[in-house]
Design a protein around this ligand. Structure first.
Ligand code: AMP
Ligand code: ZN
Length: 403
């Protein structure tokens, strides 16, 4: 079924199997990667209807058939045989009273506090930057509590390392590639003369680019593991912290400060024996529980899974859930009655230790875990709960930001 609007076509698809409630959001986010013509996608909360906004001149049986086949493939792969994970709630402060219930984005833009360069790329002004600095101070306090050593990592990440940790099969959809012009005088001259942008992006002469050797980092902690690869772990344990730019291409899901292509992550990272990593992950949660109480944030900590691509999704999500590998700090967004992950507590078992050959003194592979915060997101969630008027903010945040 479809109808035509001047913005494009609306196409409805009936899933071959109903999408269970716990997978509605996961399937919806994957529809962004199904076909370049899809401009918006929505799975009905009942899971029995999908509505696509499609950029196409004309509705044809072929268009319908192509989209239907791809969408059904996503559903079949993600839904068939999936079981409902038991959500474990470790903390619930979602009902903590907060004074604001609007989307702060409009006011942030009007005040010049946020300006959009392109989809998923934003510049932030002084108030938001100071608020992020406040949260950074809290995260550095967390790092200090573990005597975590500071590190700085590159923004680029080598393709060969990402391959070693199976990143290409787990998260292909969100990768961001880096290249450069081939080192050839004619190629560079041709580019200099002909490179030009149109509304779709940059047009270049064919064969301008070198083979991809690097990507933009999707996370911070990988760099630490790469630096420890193929050797015994000195002292048998390590606590580290670093902040860095991270990149995840989220297609049409990119929206406001909630979901960025280019965002910033602070991590506190633990490498060592299993009990060391698990104990520190739990201690970090307890430390952050006090910090978040002081900031007044309304949130819940609950079990979660990473956004694996469709082929890996069912198996990996079930595995993460069964072994309680990931918990998210989900802050309330009152203006849309939803929650947003502002941070996560992760345990990777000995996955990185095995794939990167990082060994403990007894010769066994090291275990790893990390606590990761999205800086733009935590500031956004705070502003969604407290607004832009600092007089309404909890005293500790107000004083730190405003002096
Ligand atoms: P993860 O490694 O997926 O648990 O990510 C750690 C944190 O980074 C999340 O809890 C978010 O706060 C933040 N984050 C992840 N993806 C994005 C994104 N696309 N835009 C903004 N923040 C993000
Ligand atoms: Zn990490």
């Amino acid at each position: 079924m479809s109808d035509t609007t001047h913005a494009g076509l609306t196409i409805e698809i009936t899933p071959g199997v109903d999408i269970p409630a716990h997978l509605v959001g996961e399937v919806q986010s994957k529809l962004a990667y199904v076909d370049e013509r899809i401009r918006a996608a929505e799975v009905a909360p009942s899971g029995d209807r999908i509505t696509l906004q499609v950029q196409a001149e004309e509705d044809t049986p072929q268009l319908q058939a192509e989209l239907d086949e791809k969408v059904q493939r996503v559903i079949d792969t993600m839904v068939k045989g999936a079981f409902k994970p038991k959500i474990q709630v470790l903390e619930d402060h979602l009902q903590r009273p907060t004074p604001y219930n609007q989307d702060p984005m409009q006011e942030l833009v009007a005040r010049g506090e946020v300006s959009q360069e392109a989809t998923g790329m934003f510049s932030l002004g002084p108030l938001v930057t100071r608020l992020i600095d406040y949260f950074e101070d809290q995260f550095l306090g967390l790092a200090d509590a573990f005597d975590a050593n500071p590190y700085r990592f590159p923004t680029l990440i080598p393709a060969k390392y990402l391959e070693r940790v199976n990143y290409f099969s787990a998260f292909p959809h969100s990768l961001s590639f880096v290249t450069h012009l081939r080192e050839d005088l004619d190629v560079i001259d041709e580019f200099a003369q002909h490179a030009a942008c149109d509304q779709h992006g940059l047009n270049t002469p064919p064969d301008s680019f070198a083979q991809v050797q690097a990507l933009l980092s999707p996370a911070v902690c990988y760099h630490l593991y790469f630096s420890l690869a193929d050797q015994p772990l000195p002292n048998g344990r390590l606590a580290a912290t670093a902040v860095g730019s991270c990149f995840r291409y989220e297609a049409i899901n990119l929206a406001s400060l909630e979901r960025l292509w280019n965002f910033t992550m602070r991590e506190v990272i633990f490498v060592g024996p299993k009990d060391y990593v698990l104990k520190n992950r739990e201690n970090a949660r307890q430390h952050m529980s006090q910090v978040l109480e002081e900031t007044g944030l309304a949130y819940r900590v609950e079990s979660a899974n990473d956004p694996f691509f469709i082929g890996e999704f069912r198996k990996q999500a079930a595995f993460q859930s069964a072994f309680q590998l990931k918990f998210e700090i989900r802050a309330r967004l009152p203006f849309e009655d939803s929650t947003l992950a502002v941070g996560s507590y992760n345990y990777h078992q000995d996955f990185f230790g095995r794939h990167l050959n990082i060994s403990l003194p007894d010769g066994s592979p090291a275990h790893t875990g990390c606590v990761a915060f999205g800086l733009e997101r935590i500031a956004f969630a705070f502003l969604a709960q407290y607004g832009l008027d600092v007089r309404d903010w909890p005293a500790s945040v107000r004083e730190a930001v405003h002096g």
